[in-house]
Design a protein around this ligand. Structure first.
Ligand code: SF4
Ligand code: SF4
Ligand code: SF4
Length: 317
């Protein structure tokens, strides 16, 4: 069998998804046995011009991690889409916008002000920040136009498969490797995870208890057997797709929602808000206002990984 051609790209990303691919440890040898890596900026020295020179559809699979937030990333997403038979949105940033999509609560100017001027670790006395040039001087590299709105990959190009997680767990990456090796790929559009919510997979004791206040994780040491939400911690399990192996729950930490909404749920944040309201002892307007006052940054907390694909999409400025 001819070897597959594999590309990996890192867009608006923290780099964790690239590392997650390496986390499959010795199975990387299986990948190399079935595939030639034709583009992977983190690990190889191919340039954009090498990809441009490839024939359309000549890459079999592209694992694309990171969201899309500037014109360079859009250009490469479109380029890799044209060159690839199969695009995989790899990780929560590519699937839903991820952590970078929290930038949708601000505009570009506000993000630059915070990132380049105000951040306490900066030494930037000249207040230098990225510029968009309307006319690029000859010989100068064109600088990317940085957008106000962060997008998920499928909001820019068509995507065949979605592999959520921040980063995706090794088991699910191995599942993709197995599917590539056998040639038995699932139907396009498949989300490579569970078809259940995280709560359905979680075996913690649920007592249908109401809560009277909300705690942050550092404020209590939770009973490792009981439902974290019923202990007053914001566990996103009711509003999150399963399949991660309950990574956080097993570490006695509440789920933060990185697998995105479960099947049938359009908006993860709205689902979590309603789950929390239903478990709160009182549900009159005043009590709900008190509950929300106890949640630090409710919009960001409930949409931490999914702002690009939420019904809100962004804060309207
Ligand atoms: S999904 Fe998580 S690990 Fe992957 S690039 Fe985004 S922030 Fe990093
Ligand atoms: S809310 Fe969290 S701890 Fe409780 S059952 Fe769901 S996933 Fe488990
Ligand atoms: S428990 Fe939640 S936040 Fe943790 S890995 Fe699973 S889906 Fe992601």
């Amino acid at each position: 069998m001819a070897k597959l051609k594999l590309a990996v790209y890192w867009s608006a990303s923290c780099g964790g998804c690239d590392v997650a691919i390496l986390d499959i440890a010795e199975r990387i040898l299986d990948v190399v046995a079935i595939a030639d890596i034709v583009f992977w900026p983190l690990a190889t020295d191919f340039k954009y011009k090498d990809v441009e020179a490839m024939a359309d559809n000549s890459i079999d699979v592209c694992l694309f991690n990171g969201a899309v937030r500037n014109s360079e990333q859009e250009h490469i997403a479109r380029l890799l889409r044209a060159k690839s038979k199969t695009m995989v949105a790899y990780g929560s940033c590519a699937c839903f916008g991820g952590i970078p999509s929290l930038g949708n609560f601000n505009c570009r100017a506000e993000t630059f002000q915070r990132a380049y001027i105000e951040a306490p670790t900066n030494v930037n006395t000249d207040h230098v920040s990225p510029q968009t040039l309307t006319k690029v001087p000859e010989g100068e590299l064109e600088l990317p136009d940085y957008w106000d709105t962060v997008l998920a990959l499928h909001q820019v190009v068509a995507v065949e498969y979605f592999l959520p997680g921040c980063p995706p767990p090794v088991e699910l990456t191995n599942k993709v490797v197995d599917a590539l090796a056998s040639g038995e790929l699932p139907p396009p559009g498949t989300i490579i995870a569970s078809d259940k919510s995280l709560c359905e997979e979680c075996d913690r004791i649920k007592e249908d208890k109401k809560i009277t206040r909300i705690y942050r994780p550092h404020q209590i040491i939770p009973d490792p057997k009981r439902c974290l939400l019923e202990l007053g911690l914001i566990c996103m399990g009711p509003a999150t797709r399963g399949g991660c192996g309950q990574r956080c729950i097993k570490a006695n930490m509440p789920c933060r929602g990185c697998f995105g909404p479960p099947p049938g749920i359009i908006d993860q944040g709205a689902k979590m808000l309603s789950a929390l309201a239903s478990i709160y002892e009182a549900n009159d307007e005043e009590s709900i206002a008190k509950m929300l006052a106890e949640v630090v940054d409710p919009a960001g907390t409930f949409n931490r990984f999914v702002m690009s694909t939420s019904m809100l999409q962004r804060k309207h400025l």
